[in-house]
Structure formats: C-alpha cells, structure tokens
Design a protein around this ligand. Structure first.
Ligand SMILES: NCc1[nH]cc(CCC(=O)O)c1CC(=O)O
Length: 331
C-alpha cells in the first residue's frame, strides 16, 4: 500500500462513527472557502463523508464597530472552542482573520494552508468609475484600518466609513447608494463568483507615489486549516494537502505580525512572496490611523527560515518607530 492509501484508511477509521466535522463561519465567503478545503480532503480520501458545522463568531453576531467590543479573536474564538472541546475535527479560517499577536489555543495548530489566492485589494463602484474619478468627499466603505490608512495616504479628500457584514451585504449597501465605493479583497470576490464586480485592481507596491497602492494584510488570501495537534491522523491529513510555498510566506508574515505585537486597531501590512531565484521577499509597513505617518521595511531572506525574516523586518520597523505608531492607534 502507498502512504496515501494508508492515510486514507486511517482517516476513514478515525471518523468511522460519523462524518468528518469541519468548523466554519457561516458567511457565504466562509462557506465557499470551506468548500475548497472539503475538495482538498476528498481528493485525498475519496468519498469521505463530511459535515460542515456552521458556527457564528462574535464578528458575525455584532454588527457594530468591532474595535468597540475590543478583545481578540472575534472571528475565531467560538470556532476555537468547538475544536478544543472536540465538537469539530478541524476548523477553516481566513488566515487574515486569525490574530497574530496572541497564540493559538493550546493544543491546536495551523496544519494546512491552501494555495494563496490573489492578494490585491480592489475598488468597487456602482458605475465603473475608478478611484481617481471619485470627487472629494465621496464616501468609501471599508472597516479595515489598514485599507483606511493607505487610502488616506493617497486620497485624504475621500471619506472612509465603516461597513460591516459579509461581502454580499456590503455590495447591496453600495448598490443601494449608501456608499460611492467599496474597498474589498479581490480573493473574496473571486471565491464568491463576483469577480465581475471588480472596478479597479489597486497595485500592492508603490510605483510613482501618486497612484494609490495598498500593501496587503498579513495572511491575505490564504485559507488555513486548524487542527488539534494530539489528533495525529487529522493533523497528518491536513499536512498532506498543505501548499508549501504558501505555508512559507504565511510563516514569514505571521512572524512579522507577532514580533510587532500589533493589535486589532493597528494598521499593519505585510506581504511575502517567493522570487524567481527562490528567495523570500518580505515587505512590512505600519501606519498611523490616517496614513499620514508610516514606516516601511523590506528584506530578502532564505526560503528555509521564513520566521527569522519576519522577525528581522519587524526589527527594522520597530527601529524606525513602529511602536509609537502602534500605541497611538490603540484607542
Ligand atoms: N475580514 C473579512 C475577510 N476575511 C478574508 C477576506 C477575503 C479573502 C482573504 O483575503 O483571505 C475578507 C473580505 C475582505 O477583506 O474583503
């Protein structure tokens, strides 16, 4: 028997009493992402019965400003609990929504990362007008402190307002005229089959200093699978379909975030990619709330030590005053 066959047998035995239970948020985007994990699992273990255990998180239950309820893990806490208590066998997250400044719950780990999607942020308008054609005072919907700061840096004349709810709900609000534009993740729109709503793809690197660019969030466009480390069969299953280049970049970016000790109100951007000559390239930025102040660092590093690269870039940012910017945005 091949290892794959042995593993498939072990997984089937492990869940002999019922389906493999997968913890997921309930939004259409979360369910579309979890569907991809199911496909990866069933590619390994054909026909394996699965059950999606849909869990509402604090972020789904609270429609106000998340910063106001404070606390960590608003997108993950309830799913963490279900995993730790054994109510689900594994959990699926948008890595971007997994806090990087607090450790994962004891006994759990991220064991798989699906191949990263497109990390660009995009502008969506009703009538196809690009950002450059929006007049001063136009209302842009975004709840992300990172997007808000970076748009503010290039277009301080736009009014960025909070918008909550799933991507689908946000688009309805745009269409109803509540906003003139939205800033969203391209990957999210693509996974929902809504790529045709993209008006403009914003670059992730600054080119001429005039064209707005948005450096991605740490973990952007990465779907991560969390397991109980004591559950060897499920851990091994997850590891078997993890996409290694994505795992490497995720490790570098999260090491950066961890070393910065950011919090949910700190506008932090971090983006790692693998260069054609097989090196890691990591950019990190920290902004003031309105984007008027920022620090930037970039380093190359070895493919086999992404964590050290993350720590080094964080060190560069702290050296330039990142701590002061992070503390100023705490409240
Ligand atoms: N916080 C919500 C969230 N979490 C992950 C994505 C999109 C996909 C991704 O970047 O992983 C989104 C929506 C958005 O930012 O527009």
């Amino acid at each position: 028997m091949t290892t794959t066959m042995i593993q498939a047998q072990a997984v089937s035995d492990r869940v002999a009493d019922g389906p493999l239970r997968i913890g997921t948020r309930t939004t259409p985007l979360a369910l579309a992402q979890t569907r991809r994990v199911v496909d990866a699992i069933q590619a390994r273990v054909p026909g394996l019965p699965v059950e999606l255990v849909k869990i509402r998180t604090t972020a789904d239950l609270w429609s106000g400003d998340l910063a106001r309820i404070g606390g960590k893990s608003n997108f993950t806490k309830e799913i963490d609990h279900a995993l730790v208590r054994g109510q689900v066998d594994l959990a699926v997250h948008s890595l971007k929504d997994v806090p990087g400044d607090v450790p994962l719950p004891a006994g759990t780990a991220l064991a798989a990362y699906l191949e990263r999607g497109d990390v660009h942020d995009v502008v969506v308008t009703r009538d196809g007008r690009p950002l450059a054609d929006l007049p001063a005072g136009a209302k842009v919907g975004s709840s992300s402190v990172r997007r808000r700061a970076q748009i503010g840096l290039f277009r301080p004349d736009l009014v960025v307002e909070r918008v909550r709810g799933g991507v689908d709900r946000r688009l309805e609000k745009l269409d109803a005229g509540e906003y003139d534009a939205l800033l969203l993740a391209r990957a999210g729109l693509e996974r929902l089959g809504l790529a045709d709503r993209v008006t403009e793809v914003l670059p992730t690197v600054w080119s001429d200093g005039a064209t707005p660019a948005i450096v991605p969030a740490v973990g952007a466009a990465i779907i991560a699978v969390q397991v109980r480390t004591a559950d060897a069969v499920i851990t091994e299953l997850a590891e078997s379909f993890s996409h290694e280049p994505t795992a490497i970049c995720a490790t570098a970016e999260r090491a950066l975030l961890h070393a910065l000790r950011g919090h949910c109100n700190s506008p932090i951007a971090g983006h790692c990619h693998i260069t054609p000559d097989r090196q890691l390239s990591l950019v990190g930025m920290v902004f003031s709330r309105d984007g008027s102040q920022w620090v930037h660092a970039h380093r190359w590093g070895a493919l086999d030590d992404p964590a050290s690269l993350g720590v080094a870039v964080a060190g560069d940012l702290l050296h330039q005053g990142a701590r002061r910017l992070i503390e100023a945005t705490r409240k």
